[in-house]
Write a protein that binds this ligand. Structure first.
Ligand code: HEC
Length: 188
């Protein structure tokens, strides 16, 4: 009987095949993920803010349109990972969220609603790779392009955004709102 039970247990663990993340690896990949998101955020926002200074949203929106993806790809290559910024309300449909990403976003949203601190998550995905997620929250500087129409977001900027992204859903936010997540997969 015991032998049969042990065999069953082994079978189940082989079939379910999901390797567990050790505490040590979890901490390691959270630290790596944090480093990558901080560097990418710095790269994106310093470029964006320079464009905003040069010519406001009229200059910065087209810049984001052309440069946001190449900037993250460059960082991805540097760190040998894939980097995605995604949301439940995307501006660029190329940033659409997967089912798992949507689950993570709604988990963060309910934590935020309860007034909890949001922290990064690392898990093993179906391809047995380490997958890092971290929240992206808005600050006041983001609202000229993601805020409320006719409040922080002018009609002029909104029309410019809509001309580039006809399906834009990424407006109407307040300072501190959850905008989306970083989703980083470490290549094996
Ligand atoms: C000058 C206007 C502008 C400002 C300011 C701005 N964004 Fe955006 N944002 C954009 C544009 C344009 C895109 C689409 C980029 C692309 O094509 O990948 C975008 C895309 C994003 C995305 C990717 C997901 C999606 O919806 O496609 C996130 C996340 C995001 N912005 C967060 C922020 C945060 C956080 C801030 C403030 C720190 C911010 N943005 C400030 C214009 C702006």
């Amino acid at each position: 009987m015991l032998k049969k039970l042990i065999l069953l247990f082994v079978l189940i663990s082989v079939i379910s095949c999901k390797s567990e993340l050790s505490k040590k690896d979890e901490a390691l990949f959270i630290a790596k993920g944090n480093e990558i998101t901080q560097a990418s955020f710095k790269e994106l926002s310093s470029n964006l803010m320079a464009q905003m200074k040069l010519g406001g949203p009229a200059q910065a929106v087209p810049f984001c349109n052309v440069q946001a993806m190449p900037i993250t790809s460059k960082m991805a290559e540097k760190y040998n990972v894939t980097i995605k910024r995604t949301s439940n309300k995307v501006r660029n449909s190329k940033n659409n969220a997967s089912e798992r990403e949507l689950e993570i976003i709604s988990k963060y949203q309910s934590l935020l609603n309860q007034g909890e601190e949001l922290s990064p998550i690392v898990e093993i995905n179906n391809s047995n790779q380490k997958h890092y997620f971290a929240p992206i929250q808005l600050n006041s500087k983001c609202l000229s392009c993601h805020g409320k129409l006719e409040e922080q977001l002018s009609v002029k900027t909104d029309s410019l955004i809509k001309s580039l992204y006809p399906n834009d859903k990424a407006i109407g936010y307040n300072d501190g709102d959850l905008r989306g997540i970083w989703s980083i997969v470490f290549k094996n």
